[in-house]
Design a protein around this ligand. Structure first.
Ligand code: MN
Length: 505
């Protein structure tokens, strides 16, 4: 079989979470709003209404364009894209055609540790359409105009992606950038990020360089509403098109296919409209828009540190491992929280000890940040999941979080105790030292005579001791468990195990 190169380009729509819609003062509906309750005369295209562009939406689009390295022109304009569909009350969508907000950008992301660059052909703003419902019983359809007029950002990539898996990784990075910009939640399942994927194949080896670079007619896949379905649909399409090539009948014209989640297949849809079918022409109701240099500069300054830069800083300057940096940066609020915990720990290292015991941050930071990542990403995330609480709503301040980790790092408490105390902190919001004092959980302050506890546990469990002597080594773990129970988790489990093994010979 010939090998084929996979050529993928994406068209992504992102809903902006502005207060009002793209061209009117009508509020953007909250999730699950009752149908047709967030509409106004502009949304419904009543006669005599005129569109007024939302400045916030324009500002956010400009920031997104800068974040994606696009060229932003000082002038932009809106155009009408005409087509008939019942969810489009005007019979045209106000979009942008030849003067988009941004063009010629790029997004760097990595998939399986390989860094890749995808060119962004264009980025523009437009309005969303309403939604149609087709009840299973009945020969009618329903329309909800709540979503009509909600601001959308559309981004079109060059066909730079070479695998379904990297297409998914690209989208995930794009989602994260939208979240860092604070302009969209970009949740695919909720329709806040929508993606159409264009895919074609070409023989990996060809006689001439022109043939190697040649692009064949693409297939557009629609109705992709999760990262997983993007990947699966593209994987399916690779297989389908490979078979067509093998049979000597590769696609000869562009087509559109829909993804069927249940069957795991793409199915043929209508032939796609050509661009001339949309009869694009300048929107006469909105004048040309000029951005002043000062305003553009302000928008550029509003672009925050983006995920890629933050990952780099977390690894290079803060000594997090690549994996920990990726886990933390994946959630902006979590990354902010981690930074605060680290800065509190740094102060603790530098100040909270007698002079002669003072240590340097440089010596300890790698171990300490590892502790921070592991306790935030694994332990605390589990506790929060039980409480159904996001990091923003956590009852634990970064200062208290750092204090607990400091005790653990100094071996003032055991890991078992730290877990218990952290869970209680999340429930009550108490200081760790209070909880540890009240419950007498300090390792150093406990008057536990571990020898005696071990001796008692061994004496109390003759059967288990017999099992151990017969070669059942897990019996020792049971005895360690009993020691931990007797000491409320303050004993050093490793030391207890050594004592038990020693005692049982
Ligand atoms: Mn569009």
């Amino acid at each position: 079989m010939t090998t084929y190169e996979i050529i993928i380009g994406l068209e992504v729509h992102v809903q902006l979470i502005t207060k009002s819609k793209m061209f009117s003062a009508c509020s953007v509906p909250p999730p699950n709003a009752a149908p047709n309750t967030y509409v106004d005369p502009v949304t419904l295209a009543l006669p005599g209404t005129l569109p007024v562009p939302n400045e916030t939406a324009l500002a956010w689009a400009v920031r997104a364009a800068y974040a994606l390295g696009c060229t932003v022109s000082a002038q932009t304009k809106f155009d009408r894209k005409s087509y008939f569909y019942p969810d489009l009350p005007k019979g045209y969508q106000i979009s942008q055609y030849d003067q988009p907000i941004g063009h010629d950008g790029e997004l760097l992301f990595s998939y399986r540790d390989v860094s890749q660059k995808v060119h962004i052909e264009r980025l523009h703003v437009e309005e969303d359409t309403g939604k149609l419902f087709h009840p299973a019983s009945g020969d009618y359809s329903l329309v909800d105009f709540n979503r009509a007029g909600v601001p959308l950002l559309e981004m079109v990539t060059e066909p730079d992606l070479r695998s379904p898996e990297s297409a998914k990784a690209f989208l995930q990075e794009l989602q994260l950038i939208m979240r860092y910009l604070g302009i969209s939640d970009a949740d695919m399942e909720k329709g806040q990020l929508r993606c159409d994927a264009n895919i074609s194949l070409r023989p990996a080896t060809a006689a001439t360089p022109e043939q190697v670079e040649r692009l064949y007619p693409k297939t557009e896949i629609k109705n992709l509403n999760s990262f997983r379905s993007v990947e699966r649909a593209l994987q399916f399409e690779v297989g389908r098109q490979e078979q067509l090539w093998e049979k000597g009948t590769p696609p000869t014209k562009q087509s559109t296919r829909g993804w069927n989640e249940a069957s795991g297949q793409t199915v043929a849809q209508r032939e796609k409209e050509a661009v001339q079918d949309y009869r694009y022409f300048p929107e006469p109701d909105i004048p040309l828009i000029s951005f002043s240099a000062v305003w553009l500069k302000q928008q550029r300054a509003e672009v925050p540190e983006l995920p890629a830069a933050r990952r780099r800083r977390f690894t290079e300057a803060m000594s997090f491992s690549e994996t920990d940096a990726a886990s933390l940066v994946h959630d902006k609020a979590l990354a902010n929280y981690a930074e605060q915990v680290v800065s509190e720990l740094r102060e603790w290292v530098q100040a909270e000890r007698p002079k002669e015991q003072r240590v340097t941050w440089a010596t300890h930071k790698a171990d300490l940040v590892k502790l921070v990542a592991s306790w935030l990403v694994h332990v605390h995330a589990g506790i929060r999941a039980k409480q159904q609480r996001s990091i923003e709503d956590s009852k634990i301040t970064p200062e208290n979080f750092a204090e607990l980790l400091a005790y653990l790092y100094d071996k003032d408490i055991t890991k078992t105790v730290a877990q218990t105390v952290l869970a209680e902190m999340e429930v009550t919001g108490n200081d760790p030292s209070n909880i540890i004092d009240t419950k007498k959980l300090w390792s150093r302050a406990s008057d536990i005579d571990l020898e005696t506890v071990v001796a008692n546990v061994v004496a109390d469990h003759p059967d288990v001791v017999q099992d151990y002597k017969k070669g059942k080594t897990t019996a020792a773990q049971f005895l360690v468990g009993q020691v931990m129970k007797a000491t409320k988790g303050t004993a050093d489990a490793k030391q207890a195990l050594e004592m038990i093994v020693h005692k049982l010979g």
